[in-house]
Design a protein around this ligand. Sequence first.
Ligand code: AP5
Length: 233
Amino acid sequence: METSGAAGTHPLERLHCPVIFLGPPGAGKGTQAKELARKYGVPHLSTGDMLREHVSKGTPLGREAEPVMKRGDLVPDSIILKMVAERIERPDCSHGFVFDGFPRTVAQAQYLGELLKQHGYKQPLVVHFVIEPGLLLRRITGRRMCKVGGEIYNIYERPTKVAGRCDNDGGELEQRPDDREEVVGPRLAAYEKQTAPLVAYYRRLGRLKEVDAAKGIDHVTAKVLEIVRAGKQ
Ligand code: AP5
């Protein structure tokens, strides 16, 4: 394992290639992507978070994306690809990054492959979060996010110490507009139709590893780490 950091401090492991978390809404991609990115000191690139930031700032991109997200559909590739291309050019990506929620269509995956080549990155390792759909509704409708730092909680599975307040920074928790029960069906349908084909796509490329996402958060964290470390060999 490559390490960095001065002697006497905890060594920081280096990511050897970009990592993609692939799986249905509520599978736990964001929870695990934050954890892995923290461990490796690299950015967590969530296209969902980027879009939500545009929406909250009321940018033209945000105004275009907001109604699409509220319906549970996918935002057009043209918007997403430009946003991602700009993001990975920033200097903080030079030691790798963790993608969560991108790519989501075969066209996005093909574009990403080219983009990574152009920038001299290795091809990505894809962690597929395998979970039966029946478990997702409770996770999605129970999710609450910190308005300040974006930390992810769950009223059933991962409650905060003080109700409605983030454990890290005391920020107020909120529910995502697309986490209402009536939007969950369309989101799962969009995943099945447009994103699930990526499992076969990355399997063919020999870049896909699976994790049992029905297990508890700590168990999944340990498995993801095992996969990322083994992927170096
Ligand atoms: P996005 O924000 O990417 O949402 P998503 O893919 O639908 O995934 P979620 O954030 O719902 O789930 P997650 O897997 O991250 O689960 P989490 O860790 O939070 O996208 C939102 C929208 O933006 C899309 O619908 C689309 O419109 C648009 N968009 C985004 N990217 C796009 C793209 N590339 N192209 C086109 N459109 C795009 O966990 C869920 C809950 O479960 C939490 O409460 C958590 O605490 C809990 N939990 C997590 N792990 C566990 C566990 N192991 N056990 C028990 N509970 C757990």
